[in-house]
Design a protein around this ligand. Structure first.
Ligand code: KIV
Length: 257
């Protein structure tokens, strides 16, 4: 069964879909053992480059990360997150996505919804490109962080967006920081899988930024569970290295030619 059919089937079987972001070959290699979907996220801007938001990351930089992750990912669906201002109209989207897929060999692209770009998804899907949608808190289009779907107006807008994205032919939708009850409703109302980040256990799958989960990003909102304090682990190793250099314990004979 192909990867995309497999995750659609998971929804029917109520088997959860496991997703994480990756920005490099070594992390991709580990994630590929456990994940159904790996996202080369534009969160590389904040998590890796320390930028204020995701809007300044360039397509060239994202493509470099995509190529690096592709080196080690063999079995998961590899999704490339299209950065800000690279899919404002159909021509721009087609040109940039063609380049992305040629150069990175990713299996799919993710587009953040601006509430209007469904026709772009529809045309891309028609030309056999696999597309993942993204609704709720969409960092490329929102000014500041806030949970989504808290009032009736917002709620109806998000349900409509999810339906339109499904109708346009996307294979899955990321729900970011969507209120739990609404995430449940959207998950029930559409047939394609919902992948939640800060959107409750009701979603068909879960995604986190891997640097947050590992405790190295320095940014830990409520929806993140830190499975490791990598900052502390690295700190300990560097401290030990410094001590060894100062005490002339490193390098010893085994580290020398
Ligand atoms: O860029 C990213 O990491 C994302 C996830 C938060 C879904 O879009």
């Amino acid at each position: 069964m192909n990867f995309f059919k497999k995750i659609k089937n998971y929804k029917k079987l109520k088997k959860k879909i496991v997703c994480l972001t990756a920005y490099s070959k070594p992390i991709g290699k580990i994630l590929d053992r456990y994940c159904d979907i790996i996202l080369v996220g534009d969160s590389v801007a904040t998590a890796f480059y320390g930028m204020k938001n995701t809007k300044k990351i360039t397509l060239d930089t994202m493509i470099s990360h995509g190529k690096s992750v592709r080196e080690s990912v063999k079995k998961s669906i590899l999704v490339f997150d299209m950065p800000f201002n690279t899919y404002r109209n159909l021509n721009e989207a087609k040109k940039n996505i063609k380049r992305v897929l040629n150069e990175t060999k990713c299996n799919a692209v993710k587009l953040e919804s601006n509430g209007k770009n469904f026709h772009i998804i529809r045309k891309l899907v028609k030309s056999k490109i696999k597309v993942m949608g993204h609704i709720g808190y969409t960092p490329q289009h929102k000014k500041s962080f806030s949970p989504q779907g808290l009032n009736n107006n917002d709620k109806n807008k998000l349900i409509n967006e999810a339906k339109q994205i499904e109708k346009a032919g996307a294979f899955a939708i990321v729900l970011e920081c969507v209120n739990s009850k609404l995430a449940k409703e959207i998950t029930n109302v559409i047939k394609i899988p919902t992948i939640g980040i800060g959107s409750s256990h009701h979603c068909d799958g879960q995604i986190l930024v891997v640097d947050d989960l590992l405790g190295i990003s320095g940014f830990y909102p409520k929806f993140v569970k830190k499975y490791l304090n990598l900052e502390k682990t690295i700190d300990g190793a560097i401290k030990k290295f410094k001590k060894d250099v100062l005490s002339k314990k490193f390098p010893n004979n085994t580290n020398t030619y």
